[in-house]
Design a protein around this ligand. Structure first.
Ligand SMILES: C[S@@+](CC[C@H](N)C(=O)[O-])C[C@H]1O[C@@H](n2cnc3c(N)ncnc32)[C@H](O)[C@@H]1O
Length: 383
């Protein structure tokens, strides 16, 4: 009797012949563990400063509610920074592109979002490497489905070369497993990893995340990092950074959506505070938190049906973000043994007065990649 053909080999043909919108997804982690983590984080200690109960990075985008809320926020015409960011990304990417056009790179997008940037990157990269794979990695399966539509339908990237992976990339073991799977998939071909949209800034310890990601880079791989930047570091500028996120209703909807979908807390947007501070003298930190500013304790039910008491003044951290100075970026990349191959920076020009804020796109190589990049690094960090 003939051996059965493994289902995975037959799947491509089975799906291609169907008009129904199937999408393939590789799930890396048990999602019940993720829900248990979120529930545990919401049971944290009492804090009036957003440092107790919290929703950590990937969880703010996890599930269909937050995914839709994120898509709405990025499309909100009043969210000027997002608009300026999309435009500057195109200009910046064009300058970085020559470094990854040749050599047969594949793309691993860490945090796919709406997929708009991946669409641009993929249509450029595929011109030089028709056989390339696109591996979007995200904690949210809904985000993966939405985000991959943009390059597949919008830029006609072949669906048979796309492998969406649902995984929390902030966990070192997950990154190690992902790297091993990728090595089996692409062999020694180089990989361009991308972490765009200031995603690095969302993590409590940005250095820990960057070092987790760097750990899996082989000498031939590159990391494309997009971060929000600032040329000023004082309390007034930190307040302005916090204010930037306060401006749009769609962003407030997004930032509260994880709490709305995972608890029974009745959310009044007046209870959401945007707090800016100078962090370690080399970055601006913005904490967005819900605070019980009523005169009574509030009770909140968690996904496991247990109840948490929120005393007067208690907070739940909803979102963390930052704006980076060049000093901080230099410190982070040096700590993670990364060398810049290219760095492009631009200031926002949508305000009448000079604006200290901007965006920076860095193409980074692991130090093991060789000496050539070092002389460039001196020029880049000297500016
Ligand atoms: C700020 S958005 C950036 C989206 C896109 N890269 C861009 O430049 O517009 C962050 C993305 O990373 C994902 N994400 C955040 N933390 C994550 C984690 N720990 N593991 C996996 N995905 C995560 C979110 O679901 C979301 O799609």
């Amino acid at each position: 009797m003939a051996e059965p053909v493994p289902v995975i080999r037959k799947l491509e043909h089975a799906l291609a012949d169907d008009d129904f919108a199937w999408s393939l997804l590789l799930v890396g982690e048990d999602q019940t563990d993720k829900l248990a983590t979120l529930t545990g984080d919401l049971r944290g200690p009492v804090s009036t400063t957003g440092d107790g109960k919290q929703i950590t990075s990937g969880f703010s985008y996890w599930g269909i509610g937050p995914t839709i809320a994120w898509a709405n926020a990025t499309n909100d015409p009043f969210y000027l920074v997002m608009k300026a960011g999309a435009e500057s990304f195109l200009r910046h990417w064009r300058k970085v592109r020559p470094h990854v056009e040749n050599g047969g790179f594949h793309l691993v997008s860490l945090g796919v979002g709406t997929g708009v940037k991946d669409r641009t990157i993929l249509s450029d990269m595929r011109r030089n490497n028709r056989d390339m794979y696109y591996i979007p990695v995200d904690m949210s399966s809904e985000m993966l489905r939405m985000g991959t539509l943009e390059p597949v339908r919008g830029a006609r990237f072949p669906v048979s070369q796309v492998l969406p992976v649902q995984l929390d990339f902030s966990i070192a073991d997950n990154m190690d497993e992902l790297a091993q799977m990728l090595a089996r998939l692409v062999g020694n071909d180089p990989i361009l990893f991308t972490l765009t949209g200031n995603t690095l800034a969302n993590f409590e310890s940005d250095e820990e995340l960057l070092s987790t990601l760097t750990h899996v880079l082989r000498p031939q791989d590159r990391l494309l990092l997009e971060v929000a930047s600032t040329t000023r570091l004082d309390q007034e500028t930190a307040d302005a950074a916090a204010d930037e996120y306060h401006q749009t209703r769609a962003f407030a909807e997004f930032v509260t959506s994880a709490l709305r979908y995972n608890t029974d807390l009745k959310i009044n947007n007046d209870r959401v505070k945007f707090i800016g501070e100078v962090e370690d003298e080399d970055a601006l930190l913005v904490k967005i938190l819900w605070q019980n500013d009523t005169d009574d304790e509030i009770r909140m039910e968690l996904p496991d049906h247990t109840e948490v008491v929120l005393p007067i003044g208690d907070t739940i951290r909803l979102y963390t973000t930052r704006k980076y100075s060049t000093t901080r970026l230099k410190r982070l990349t040096e700590a993670c043994q990364l060398t810049p191959v290219e760095a492009i920076q631009s200031q926002f020009r949508y305000t009448r007065r000079p604006n200290p804020f901007g965006l920076e796109l860095l193409l980074l190589a692991p130090d093991a990649a060789g000496e050539a990049a070092h002389s460039l690094a001196d020029d880049i960090w000297a500016t």
